[in-house]
Design a protein around this ligand. Structure first.
Ligand SMILES: [Zn+2]
Length: 120
């Protein structure tokens, strides 16, 4: 059972849903509606092509990070639904409320996160 208050869960759900929508919007902005391609099209000139490739690289990185954010957000929403939200996936202790407010997609407590990052 989670010890989080209903109000906080509601607040965080709203945040996550909004974040989810924002990421999906950003992803669709980066994708050509007709072709599904993420390659930008500035024009046929040589300068434009060089710029396109540079933007393409940036976009690919952005898309990667957006996709991973989207996965985190969806996972957090799934945890809210199955009641495991707010519980550290490593030590099964409740995650600090402040941490959840600052980063609603957190799935581990500060202590476990620290232990993990120090190991690497
Ligand atoms: Zn933990």
């Amino acid at each position: 059972m989670t010890q989080l208050s209903k109000a906080l869960i509601t607040e965080i759900t709203e945040q996550l849903v909004e974040l989810n929508a924002r990421i999906e919007r950003q992803l669709s902005d980066l994708t050509d509606k007709e072709t599904g391609s993420v390659f930008p099209n500035y024009g046929e000139g040589e300068d434009e092509s060089a710029e396109e490739v540079a933007t393409y690289d940036t976009n690919l990185q952005l898309i990667d990070s957006l996709k991973s954010d989207l996965r985190d957000t969806k996972e957090a929403l799934a945890r809210i639904e199955n009641g495991s939200y707010g519980i550290c996936k490593y030590c099964k202790e409740p995650i600090d409320e402040q941490r959840l407010r600052a980063r609603p997609t957190s799935s581990s407590c500060v202590a476990c996160k620290k232990a993990l990052t120090q190991e690497v």
